[in-house]
Structure formats: C-alpha cells, structure tokens
Design a protein around this ligand. Sequence first.
Ligand code: GRF
Length: 203
Amino acid sequence: LPVVILISGTGTNLQALIDAARSGAIPVRIAAVVSNRPEAPGLERAREAGITTHVVDHTRYPDREHFDQALQACIDAYRPGLVVLAGFMRILTPGFVEHFAGRLINIHPSLLPDFRGLKTHERALRAGVQEHGASVHFVNNELDGGPVIMQARVPVHPGDTPAELAARVQTREHELYPAVVGLFGTGRLRLEQDRVLLDGRPV
Ligand code: GRF
C-alpha cells in the first residue's frame, strides 16, 4: 500500500514507520514524506532512508485554502491508500479532510477524548490523572476529534515532569503507530459512517 507521511518536526514517529516498513513488519511502501517546514529534522530521516521528500511551506501561501490545495496536489501525485499525519502541526481545511476521508490518520499524545489540542502532557499532569497515553484516530473536521482507532496507555508517576511523561508516551507511540498503519495496510481497518471497523467489527 502506498503511503504518504506528513510531518512538521522531529519525526520520531516517522522513523518508527520507516523502520517498520523497511523490516517488512508492515505491508506499506512510504512513497513520500511531505513537510510544511523546510527545516524539519524529519526530512533528513526520510532522505537517509532514500524516500522522496517535499516541502510545501505554508508561509508561502496566502491562506489555508491555497496551502491545502498545494498540499493535496503534492500528495495526490503518489495516489496513496493512506495519508499519515506524524507530528504535522497544521489545521486542515474541510475540503482537504473530505478529499482524504477514511484514509487520513493522526496520532495525538493523549487518551482522547481527553486533552485535545496542545501541551497535553502538562495539562494531564495538572489535571492529576493517573493514566495518560496516545491515540491514533481518523481525521475529521473536529480538531483531534475524529473516531479513535487504537490507544496506548502509560502510568503517570508521582513527580513526573512533562518531559518525562512525554518520553514515556512517545516510546509507546512508536509501537502504536506502526501497528495501526500495519492493520490498515492489510485491509483490516476501515472507516464506515464515522465508525472504525476492525475485521468488520466496530472497535
Ligand atoms: C507526537 O507526540 C505526536 O503524538 C504529536 O506530535 C508528536 C510528533 O513527534 N502529534 P515526532 O515528530 O514524531 O517525533
């Protein structure tokens, strides 16, 4: 299955997906990596793996609509069966989301529906939760609000700093995301009328 991965930053989730695809653990081919930031370190990870990279720099477009049109055209050239947001830090327009409906997924560092948005680890600590984690979900027009596919849970330890908690969550993200992409690649996962089906059954 051809996959396009969108990043904005470090790309540790991208790296986990590259490693899983390379080893044959997941039946996908990473056709291209696209960043909205020219200096995203994740671009180098892709280049090192011999994957085609593109920069679609949002600062060069007058508005979200034009940026998303350029981004969509760049992605469509690869005819991907799945588009993976891996630390992609732009809000997508309804037209874009609709175009890729059912084949656009994101990873978010919280146990959704808790802590949508930014600074999730700080907010989880402040809220005093005992459990935190990461969620992979299909993207819809609600920010971090699309149907959840799978989650990874971690304990919150007394005295955790946001950085410590983030590191614990990220380690799990690097297993969770390849697992979900693998399920999609084997055709076991789909979105049907806002419901996530795994092997034909609601998750
Ligand atoms: C991850 O924590 C992910 O959950 C969030 O952005 C971060 C990306 O990290 N959406 P990386 O660029 O994959 O290292």
